[in-house]
Ligand binder design. Structure first.
Ligand SMILES: Cc1cc2nc3c(=O)[nH]c(=O)nc-3n(C[C@H](O)[C@H](O)[C@H](O)COP(=O)(O)OP(=O)(O)OC[C@H]3O[C@@H](n4cnc5c(N)ncnc54)[C@H](O)[C@@H]3O)c2cc1C
Length: 466
């Protein structure tokens, strides 16, 4: 890598090279995982480059290609698996200056990749009365491009499914990493070449997203003495075709009273809760279901006065990976898992088996028309061996685990290589400049995913230790 030559080729494109500032930006939320923390703590880039326009992105890509400098795209750095961490050093490609809304109508928007999702949503609401179908609970910070390249679903997925479901991304504009970078417009099935590829095979500079009508969602928290009753209620609410809801998440006791400190005045010791976002038109019907299921409506945000609302985080910031964040802030030994429970019986079995070692947190999702229990359970961490054992117990009992303690695409996902994404990388990043170490299929095509080994990227030995 010729970092000096690279830097010289950047001309007046803004660069940060103060080691402390660079190291700060070389991190994401990898420290959620004690395993990733051990493996990645020392990782740092050599510099950060922040192009201001799409043309400048192409210039940076050409310079990186020419000078063989590894380049890791970065949005807001809120990923949980070290996705945006430069495992081979080199340069971080900060895309947050690309933040224009380019085209807008009530059912779709085209915007640049670095726009923050909340800012985009505010703009949509004000201009055309629409909103993004779903967003990660990091809405306030996360970028559109980072969500597409690193995220999967979120608040709204109970109705609209995930990012990889056809129809949830309409188009992507991608720049390749070659001697003369090409600009490609991806549509239809081609979108999957780059979506959720961790920026390993092209830099997303624009995305076109479908929209839904905007609502003044009503945040609600409902208490239940029995966690399984909370789950039954959540399942019924999520399954009702006539109910417009954006978020349904059961969280087992004692998590709410232990970790949802801002909401403590409204919570009751020993109760599990269901977190809800409900369209105003659906609130009376949801209240009928709450009564029917013996729920205890603890909090309705629209009933709060101004003083009570002040400083109270929205319900979605108790959900998704914010549940984990709130727990870690109070007990840093806590970590988490990403699971899926095919049926209520699977869920009940794992919940009873692991008890308070794995306080349960679920997100109701909709995938291929079916409501599913997606899990983001907390884990009271003891050892890496026990954490692996808990994952094994899930799999032995027919549950799915998307391992959040791995930094590669494959090990954190379907545990097999994605040939479509690999083929696109060969085309769009033939020298393997983009985000090295994240795609096993590129680094080690013969890696045996069934052999039970954990992949270790060789470049990790050198990074940050030069
Ligand atoms: C508290 C908390 C809550 C979260 N909740 C959710 C949730 O509800 N749903 C969810 O899916 N995720 C969630 N996440 C994970 C993360 O927030 C999301 O993945 C988020 O959308 C990432 O956006 P970002 O801009 O921070 O991306 P980054 O972390 O900066 O990047 C993510 C990945 O995308 C790549 N990348 C970034 N921009 C581009 C680009 N323009 N082109 C190509 N590659 C790019 C990076 O290299 C990296 O691999 C959560 C994380 C935290 C810490």
């Amino acid at each position: 890598m010729d970092i000096k030559g690279f830097r010289a080729a950047l001309g007046d494109i803004p660069v940060i090279d103060d080691p402390k500032a660079v190291q700060l930006r070389s991190r994401d939320y990898y420290w959620y995982s004690p395993i990733l923390k051990r493996q990645l703590d020392h990782v740092t880039a050599d510099l950060v480059v922040s192009p201001r326009t799409q043309d400048e992105v192409a210039e940076v890509l050409a310079a990186a290609f020419h000078h063989k400098v590894p380049l890791t795209p970065r949005g807001a750095g809120t990923g949980n698996y070290g996705q945006a961490m430069p495992l081979s050093g080199g340069a971080l490609l900060d895309l947050m200056s690309l933040n224009r809304v380019l085209h807008l109508q009530s059912d779709r928007v085209r915007a640049e990749a670095g726009i923050r999702l909340e800012r985009l949503d505010r703009h949509l609401r004000a201009e055309v009365g629409s909103e993004l179908r779903f967003f990660p609970s990091t809405n306030k910070l996360a970028s559109l491009g980072g969500f597409i390249a690193g995220g999967s679903g979120g608040v709204g997925s109970v109705r609209w499914g995930g990012l990889r479901n056809i129809g949830n991304i309409l188009g992507l504009k991608v720049i390749t990493c070659e001697a003369s970078p090409r600009v490609l417009e991806l549509e239809g099935a081609d979108i999957l070449k780059v979506a959720h590829a961790y920026g390993t095979n092209g830099v997303i500079v624009e995305a076109e997203m479908p929209l839904a009508p905007a609502y003044d969602w009503v945040d609600m928290i409902v208490g239940f003495d029995d966690f399984l009753d909370a789950c039954r209620f959540a399942q019924v609410v999520a399954q009702q075709d006539g109910l417009l809801v954006k978020e349904v998440a059961p969280v087992a006791a004692p998590v709410p009273t232990q970790y949802f400190t801002h909401h403590k005045p409204w919570l009751k010791d020993g109760q599990s809760v269901v977190l809800l976002m409900v369209a105003p038109v659906a609130v009376p019907s949801v209240e009928v279901l709450i009564a029917h299921h013996g729920g205890d409506l603890r909090l309705r945000y629209d009933k709060l006065d101004e003083a009570e609302r002040k400083g109270l985080p929205p319900v979605y910031e108790l959900a998704w990976n914010h549940t984990t964040l709130r727990a870690i802030k109070i007990d840093p030994t806590i970590t988490y898992l990403q699971t899926q429970y095919p049926t209520f019986e699977h869920l009940e079995k794992m919940w009873r088996m692991l008890g308070d070692e794995m306080p349960m947190h679920l997100e109701m999702g909709r995938f291929d028309g079916t409501v599913v229990f997606s899990g983001l359970p907390l884990v009271r961490f003891t050892t890496e061996e026990r954490l692996e054992e808990i994952m094994r117990l899930h799999e032995e009992n027919g549950c799915l685990v998307f391992n959040p303690h791995r930094y590669t695409l494959e090990e954190g996902g379907m545990k097999k290589s994605d040939q479509v994404q690999l083929a696109f990388k060969k085309e769009a990043d033939p020298s393997g400049i983009l985000n090295p170490g994240k795609m096993i299929a590129w680094d080690d095509p013969d890696f045996d995913f069934d052999a039970g080994h954990v992949y270790t990227f060789a470049g990790l030995d050198n990074v940050g230790r030069r």
